[in-house]
Each structure stands twice: as C-alpha cells, then as structure tokens.
Design a protein around this ligand. Sequence first.
Ligand code: FE
Length: 196
Amino acid sequence: MAIELKALPFEQSALEPHISANTLSFHYGKHHAGYVNKLNNAIEGTDYAAKTLEAIIVESSNNGDQGIFNNAAQVFNHDQYWLSMTPDGVEPPGGALAEAIERDFGSFDALVDQMKAAAASLFGSGWVWLASNDGALEIVSTQNAETPLVDGKDCLLTIDVWEHAYYLDFQNNRPGYIDVFFDQLVNWKRASELYA
Ligand code: FE
C-alpha cells in the first residue's frame, strides 16, 4: 500500500495573484511529491509499508527512524497545508470553533495576530498550527518536519513557513507571505468543520 500524493484541492493557478502557479508547481510538484517518493522508497519491504500515513508518523517518531519520520510527516503536513487554503475568499470561523477562539484567545483578531507572530518568529524551517488538544485550542510552532499529530493533537489549520513555500513570490519577505495567507487564503470553514 503505497502512500499517495493526494491531489491539490484547487488548480495550481487558483491562488493567484497571492501565491503563483510557479510556486505551486515547485512546492507541490517537486517538494511535496519528493517527500512521497522518498517515503515510499524508504518503507518498501519494511513493516511500515502496510500502515497508514498517520501510523507511520507516530511509530517512526517513537522508533527514532528519523528519515522515515521526516518524509512521512512532511507528506502529512503538506496535505494539511493545501487544505488550509481556499481560493474562495476568507470567511471568519463559525459555530463551536468561533466560541472556542473567544474562550481561549479572547477574540478572533487576537488569534490571528498571535498566529502571524508565531509564523514570523519561527527560526529556520517549520510550521505553525492551530491545533485542538481535547477541545482546547493551541497555537503550536514546530521545527522542520515536526507535527502536532505525534502529541495526539488534532490539526485544524497550518501554515508552511519553509522558504520553499514563499521564496519565488516573496523572496525573503516572510511577513508578506504570512499576511497573504491569513488575509486572503486561509480556510476557516474547514477548520470549523474539523473542530465541530
Ligand atoms: Fe512546504
């Protein structure tokens, strides 16, 4: 059972003018696809080959199989990242998630400000997540391929802050990319559905 490269949930040009088709052709077509290929090569003939992606991530983390963990987690993280964006415009969260944001962060604007700050200040490569820890919302910053999944947290939303996510469009302007992600592209509808 090979791990598959899931289809993007939108066309490669769908996020323009905010994130270019050129960026997506490299980010999805080279980086994400590369993690899938390396993972499948690494697990072939091992006990991991019959397991789900999530099980591979947790078990390789526990076993210290760093190479397998890095590629498996990066496949999962990118699957989450594409689903965290929508070309249909930003709508604020609703329902139970909106109430939980008020409870845990005071306001929606405060949450966004804190997520932007976490993404801007993450040193090197990594991810910033909105995760649910048994219903309690947390902003989680992870280095490299690390993912809240290994701590049993549910991933509601993530922004990729590896340079490959933005360098072709924004060069070194990471804050510009972060603003575009949260102001133009972020998919609160999916996060609200997951939380509910
Ligand atoms: Fe990436």
